[in-house]
Design a protein around this ligand. Sequence first.
Ligand SMILES: [Zn+2]
Length: 161
Amino acid sequence: MADSNGPQKDWYSILSANPSDDIQEIKQKYQKLILVFHPDKQKPGLSGGEAEQLLQKFIDVDQAWKILSDERSRKEYDLQLRACELKQSWPVDAHVTLDEMNWNADTECYTYSCRCGGEFILDQEDTQEAETVVCCDSCSLSIEVQKEDHTQGMPIFLLSN
Ligand SMILES: [Zn+2]
C-alpha cells in the first residue's frame, strides 16, 4: 500500500543509514531492522494498530533495502535525493553576490568560505543563472549567489567611479 502520490520515502533514514554508507554498512543495518520488524518476531497481544505499524515498517525496510542494495536504483535514488535537496531543504546561510566571492583562476571556480571551515564552490559555467544555490562542500549549509548586486538599491547613475 505505497502512497504513490506522496513524496518519495527517505530510504536511508528508514534503514538508519546515511547516503555515504557503503553497501556493507547498509546491509548490516537492514539485517538488524528486518529482524526487529519481522511479523514472526512480534510479541503476542499487540493491538491491531501496533501490528499494522510494525508491518508497515517491515515493508518499508524491505523496500529500502531493495532500492539501496541495487547499484543502479541506488544511484538513481541518490540523484533524485540530491535534486530534491538542492531545490528545497538546504538551509540558506547567506546571500552573496559573485563580487563577494573569490575567483580562483586555477580551477576556474568562485569560492566562498563557510563558517564551518568548508567552502562553497561555484563553477564558472554555473554562473549563467541570475541566482543559484551552492552547497557547502563539508556541511549542509548553502548560500544563494546572485549574479549582480541588488542589495545596494542605488541607481547606477549615482555610482561615481
Ligand atoms: Zn559548511
